[in-house]
Design a protein around this ligand. Structure first.
Ligand SMILES: Cc1cc2nc3c(=O)[nH]c(=O)nc-3n(C[C@H](O)[C@H](O)[C@H](O)COP(=O)(O)OP(=O)(O)OC[C@H]3O[C@@H](n4cnc5c(N)ncnc54)[C@H](O)[C@@H]3O)c2cc1C
Length: 293
């Protein structure tokens, strides 16, 4: 289908972009990689009267290390993250997650900022930024602010961003000594999106007990979420298979689990438990390797 007609705007600065968005309110939409918005416009599920193209804001495409953090500009493509030598060394969960997104074409155009702002319930990045306890930074005519990833995803395709806020940066704390992370995903056979995707970060104490666990899950409910019940079940426990199994059993606890043509709520809950266990096992293995490195 052909999208409804719209006016196309190309701001030259971030300030101009957020000013235009404030001016158009609900009638305006930012355009980044276009790999979620344009299909929605073609299906007329979205019909913005004004499209504000962010792709000229090249300053928003970067990956840099700063102190204890890695900072990623919102317009950085999935492919650039997948192939970043810095991230492979400092935060390998991010390239590992990027590799799982769509196909090469999608990864070449799609951006991490667009993916997060879209908040598709089956998108991959939300799980990773939740588990990494990242901060998401946004700019509007009122100034700049940071949001914890756990507060960013509000509901189905709804985030804490105001309509005139541009997501500008994802600020990721680097993992400490004895910490491992992993992403486990079951791909939807047609779209490649996550039927279930689980990102886990595990920090181990010297005695092998779990000092800290952070788990982000996508594909299961109306929005990606932190699996706090899994994390609590692991805290202070030895990272044995029995404890990992018991903790993973809480993966879908308290979640209004999606049911569709591909998976009933019961089957998806089962998948959430299985993929949580797999992500925890892989993260623990890497944490042990990191502790002895
Ligand atoms: C065939 C196909 C397969 C795919 N498979 C996967 C998959 O397996 N996993 C996955 O996670 N995704 C998948 N995607 C989606 C892909 O990752 C998109 O690129 C991504 O979801 C949106 O990013 P974008 O840069 O294309 O954003 P756009 O489509 O341009 O924008 C998406 C939304 O975010 C808003 N937005 C964009 N940038 C900003 C910003 N900086 N600040 C505020 N708002 C902003 C837009 O206004 C719009 O509402 C797939 C897409 C396709 C077409």
């Amino acid at each position: 289908m052909i999208p409804q007609s719209f006016e196309y705007h190309v701001p030259r600065t971030l300030e101009e972009a957020s000013r235009l968005a404030a001016q158009f309110g609900a009638d305006g939409k930012f355009l980044a990689g276009g790999h979620s918005l344009i299909p929605m416009m073609k299906l007329r599920l979205a019909a913005p009267k004004h499209l504000i193209d962010l792709t000229c804001l090249r300053d928003l495409a970067y990956i840099r290390e700063e102190g204890e953090h890695v900072r990623i500009g919102a317009l950085t493509t999935h492919f650039r993250i997948e192939s970043s030598a810095l991230l492979k060394e400092k935060c390998p969960l991010l390239p590992e997650t990027a590799r799982e997104i769509g196909d090469v074409q999608v990864r070449n155009r799609g951006t991490i900022g667009g993916n997060l702002a879209h908040s598709d319930p089956a998108a991959d990045w939300p799980a990773a930024v939740l588990a990494l306890e990242a901060e998401l930074r946004a700019v509007s005519p009122r100034g700049e602010r940071g949001m914890a990833a756990k507060d960013f995803f509000v509901d189905l395709m709804t985030t804490a961003l105001a309509s005139d806020e541009v997501l500008v940066e994802i600020k990721v704390p680097q993992l400490g000594h004895g910490t491992g992370a992993a992403y486990a995903k079951l791909h939807h056979p047609a779209s490649g999106y996550a039927m279930v995707g689980v990102a886990a970060v595990i920090a181990l104490r010297d005695n092998g007990a779990v000092e800290r666990a952070a788990v982000g899950i996508t594909g299961v409910g109306p929005k990606a979420y932190r699996a706090f019940a899994v994390e609590t079940a692991l805290h202070g426990k030895p990272a044995t298979q029995a404890h990992l199994n018991a903790a993973a059993a809480h993966a879908a606890e308290g979640v209004d689990v999606n049911a569709d043509l591909y998976a009933s709520a019961e089957y998806r809950s089962h998948l959430a438990r299985v993929y949580t266990r797999r992500a925890l096992e892989a993260a623990v293995k890497r944490a042990r390797a990191a502790a002895t490195a």
